[in-house]
Write a protein that binds this ligand. Structure first.
Ligand code: SF4
Length: 334
């Protein structure tokens, strides 16, 4: 199947767990609730709105960015007079909230088995690690059985704390892959997009066969990624001025890390500027006039968003590599 544009994603069948949402609304008795939808699910609003209407609850869409459960908008919803928050598309990562929150994971109702069957043809590996994102987790056990029935040895790992389920991958938690990396020859990842499987490849050094449940597979190796990041680190080495980026998003706010990076850079004779924003947009960085930047927020910003720009944007780990404190391998995403 051809690749879908973001605005087409919401047309896919997602489980919006209407009954669970109604039960939550009844229990909470809030007259007004905030609703957070990640990119791609904005089109589900009419369906969600109908559920709220049935419960006699006013819904307010919190329209600021929502890339993960790290982005919890309880403060915004509270300001808007809401008594509870419905957060769609992500699993709970245990962040404290000023409002009761219901996480609706919006699992996709598309069985990836046919796409996985297709991807297995001619696969030269027998010991596989199996990873996915929360949207496809309902099919993980079936996929494990499918792979076993085709003679593969299958390993499903444990996340490191931010992801909730065995086998689940986040851009900032690839524990489900690293915890079994030594036992496997390659990983089979189920999901759309390349950021998560690339993270698995980078953190484990293993080849990742990424299967899109809608059809098609991509093979990713860490080598190309590491070449790119080595180049960025080499460019940063000659830079004298660094902006240190801090995001105020609840699950991305890391002031101690930012201070540590600042101290290390200054010790090595670099000038630094601390920059605090809600959403860090790579396109805006050119306005701040620094030669290079270090992002202490979501790793996706340096490793995905910055790919198509000329900005020199490092992760804190890469800053240590640049300062000669450690090597680029094994690569640490966080
Ligand atoms: S990868 Fe980024 S957006 Fe996703 S949960 Fe982690 S910090 Fe949030």
């Amino acid at each position: 199947m051809e690749k879908l544009a973001l605005h087409e994603l919401w047309m896919l069948p997602y489980d919006l767990e209407e009954e669970r949402a109604k039960e939550f609304l009844r229990r909470r008795g809030a007259g007004r609730v905030g609703v957070q939808l990640p990119p791609g699910l904005g089109g589900c609003w009419p369906e969600i709105g109908a559920t709220l209407e049935e419960c006699g609850v006013e819904g307010i869409l919190v329209g600021s960015s929502c890339y993960g459960a790290c982005d919890l908008a309880d403060e915004e919803a509270l300001k808007a007079g809401c008594g509870a928050l419905l957060h769609y598309g992500h699993s709970d990562m245990g962040l404290p909230s000023r409002l009761p929150v219901l996480y609706v994971e919006a699992r996709m109702r598309v069985d990836p088995s046919p796409a996985v069957e297709d991807a297995l043809h001619g696969l030269g590996y027998k010991r596989l690690g199996l990873t996915t994102t929360v949207q496809h987790l309902s099919y993980l056990e079936n996929l494990r059985k499918l792979l076993l029935s085709r003679g593969f040895e299958v390993h499903i790992g444990k996340p490191s704390g931010r992801a909730k389920y065995l086998g689940q991958i986040l851009g900032c938690d690839v524990g489900s892959a690293t915890s079994v990396a030594e036992k496997v020859e390659a990983f089979l990842h189920v999901g759309t997009g390349s950021f998560h499987p690339l993270g698995v490849a980078a953190a484990t050094g293993k080849t990742v066969i990424s299967v899109n449940p809608l059809g098609g597979r991509t093979v990713l190796s860490a080598a190309e990624f590491l070449r790119w990041r080595r180049g960025v680190v080499a460019k940063a080495l000659s830079c004298r001025t660094f902006g240190i980026l801090l995001s105020t998003k609840k699950g991305q706010w890391r002031p101690e890390l930012a201070r540590r990076v600042e101290k290390e850079l200054r010790k090595e004779g670099r000038k630094t500027m601390m920059l605090v924003q809600d959403e860090i947009r790579v396109g805006d960085l050119k306005d701040f006039g620094m030669e290079a930047y270090v992002c202490t927020a979501c790793p996706r910003i340096a490793l995905d968003d910055a790919r198509s720009t000329g900005e020199i944007l490092l992760t804190p780990f890469e800053t240590e590599v640049m300062l000669g404190k450690r090597g680029l391998e094994p690569y640490l995403l966080f």
